[in-house]
Design a protein around this ligand. Sequence first.
Ligand code: NAP
Length: 269
Amino acid sequence: MRPRPTRLVLLGHPVSHSLSPVFQNAALRAAGIPLTYEACDVAPSDLETLLGGLVRQGAAGNVTAPHKAAVAGACAHLTPVARQVGAVNTFWTENGALIGDNTDAEGFHNAVVHLRGATPSQATIALLGAGGAAAAVLAAVAGWDRCTARVWNRTPERARSLCARFPGVAIPADTTASATAGAALVVHATTVGVTGEAVPIDPDLLPATADVVDLVYRRGETAWVRQARARGLRAVDGLPMLIEQGALAFERWFGEAPDRAAMWTALAG
Ligand code: NAP
């Protein structure tokens, strides 16, 4: 059995906007675990030294932008999905070594299954974006039955190199229109809409039967999700994925599922 972490941290830069401490501390309280989940704002130049100290302490935690790839590079061992995604969002310490995992892919999968009521099968997925979150989405799509993704990105070269890492699953698209044509599921994985009312693509241009997943989250939902719903599409923002990736991380650290209802209640407060 994995030793229980002595400390739980979230590594990011900046990190003060993160909702993770709110729902992770609610989960810790609900489970009666006497730890506090701390947000640590760490500059890239300080990351390596901090990680060394965390390993010595037997700490565990999460990683957010911009450190996910750097932490993957610093781990002694990566789970297969973390290697496939090329990024770590969850880590722990075992026998004095840093172990890196990625729960974003399964968190996204769980959010999609909740939205659609089933795992997609033989479906075309449109993916807007080609960063770390998009890689996690492709890792999930790779596990679905005969599904393929068309990937559009503002910088086309980045979409091409991401697709090359998922042969037989992902192909680059030159335009948002060619990505979304006939798609059963449209996933937004850029930073558009994190602040303000900008949308990645006009929902009126999406197939009338498409489901919509916005990885972006904010209190009150994103403008894109609101507009997609107004058009009659099933749509969800990034909050269910955020809670799920956090709940799965909790399971990795403690070997038990957290109280997801307590996590949701904490966010609503
Ligand atoms: P990332 O690796 O930095 O990638 C950023 C992506 O956004 C790239 O595709 C980038 O395109 C694109 N982009 C940035 N500004 C843009 C603009 N003005 N117009 C069009 N595209 C633009 O970030 P990430 O980690 O993949 O995160 C992407 C989003 O997913 C963020 O909003 C993040 O909050 C969200 N996310 C949510 C969850 C969750 O649990 N819900 C988990 C992870 C991430 P270029 O390549 O052209 O720069």
